[in-house]
Write a protein that binds this ligand. Structure first.
Ligand code: 4NP
Length: 158
């Protein structure tokens, strides 16, 4: 059976989406599902391509046991819509930008937003923490932990 593949997308791929990748990998491990999934992340922009995750995000994530190891890359419209089953954005602008990259209804059907999978928190986006303080980074992790559990349940029950 081929792996289910998930691409998390935010603006810069240095805060929210690399954290989503790490939280998802950790949750998949806890559920003994890691061999069934391929998880990656990317940015709408390539402004931070080649860089590790933001130091502040790394610090907050590590305090919860998530080691952010991924290196930023830009979304590759042609390849990513072929390779991934689920392409998941973090906020309104990510969804607008991702939609503009689709070429078919099949591409469009792969898109969803991270907060759709939350059950504890009622937010309609994972807010960009880049220009804020510590609370913003903690909120990102709270929302991602909630959403990753919901996403795993959704996919495993499909
Ligand atoms: P991310 O956060 O989209 O969660 O990675 C940001 C990273 C960088 C910038 C904005 C948001 N920036 O303006 O450089």
């Amino acid at each position: 059976m081929s792996k289910k593949s998930i691409l998390f997308v935010c603006l810069g791929n240095i805060c929210r989406s690399p954290s989503a990748e790490a939280v998802m990998n950790a949750k998949l491990k806890q559920h003994h599902l890691e061999s069934k999934y391929r998880v990656d992340s990317a940015g709408i922009t390539g402004f931070h391509a080649g860089e590790p995750a933001d130091r502040r995000m790394q610090k907050h994530a590590l305090a919860r046991g998530y080691n952010l190891t991924s290196i930023s890359r830009q979304v590759r419209a042609d390849v990513d819509f072929e390779e991934f089953d689920y392409i998941i954005g973090m906020d309104d602008q990510n969804m607008i930008d991702l939609k503009s990259l689709t070429n078919s209804n099949e591409d469009l059907a792969k898109l969803s937003r991270m907060t759709d999978y939350c059950s504890e928190y009622s937010y309609d986006s994972v807010p960009d923490p880049y220009y804020g303080g510590a609370a913003g980074f903690e909120l990102v992790l709270d929302l991602l932990e909630d959403a990753c559990e919901g996403l795993i349940s959704k996919i495993e029950n499909e």
